[in-house]
Ligand binder design. Sequence first.
Ligand SMILES: [Ca+2]
Ligand SMILES: [Ca+2]
Ligand SMILES: [Ca+2]
Length: 203
Amino acid sequence: MQTITLKKLLVTALGTAAIALGTGSAAQAAVIFSDNFDQEAPGGLNFTTFDKWDVTDGTVDVIPVGSSFNYYPGNGSYVDLDGSTGDAGVLTTKQAFNPGTYLLKFVLGGSTGQNNLNDVLVSFGSLNEIFTVASDDPLKQFTRAVTLGSASELSFSNAGGDNIGAILDSASVETIPTPVLLPGLIGLGIGVLRKRKVAQAEA
Ligand SMILES: [Ca+2]
Ligand SMILES: [Ca+2]
Ligand SMILES: [Ca+2]
């Protein structure tokens, strides 16, 4: 009889969760960071005064709107991740993001018609991935789910230093909604993590 009761309880709980999801009481995805670099116009070579980013190594350019280097008309301002000093740049958010799980989206494109292959290392918590961008690759959006175990900045690092880098047109970070049924699982996960930490402390 007890089994039936438990089953009933489970069915009720699932039903409640489904209703909660249906009525939208689950957390919604929210964009907590976004930049398309358009506000950096008119830009310039070896640009450093970004609103939301620091150039933490090398140099980058913000291609001026309407300049002869305007590879992607109609996209406002964007960044050439290899500036003009023979030392490709590292672009890092000024903001560190709190631990959690996020959806990272960014738009990378090629240097257009200059026969130049660029490797861009994207670093953000659990993500450390190299994106290889050919000159004639069009602007393309990439999406990655990432987990931050500790407060982390997002960075884009172009390899090399020949003054022709990949083009970064935008980047955004969104929270990922937590389904109603997940808190119990997350609780279990935290329990395991705590046990691990205790084990590490004792080791
Ligand atoms: Ca842009
Ligand atoms: Ca450049
Ligand atoms: Ca290059």
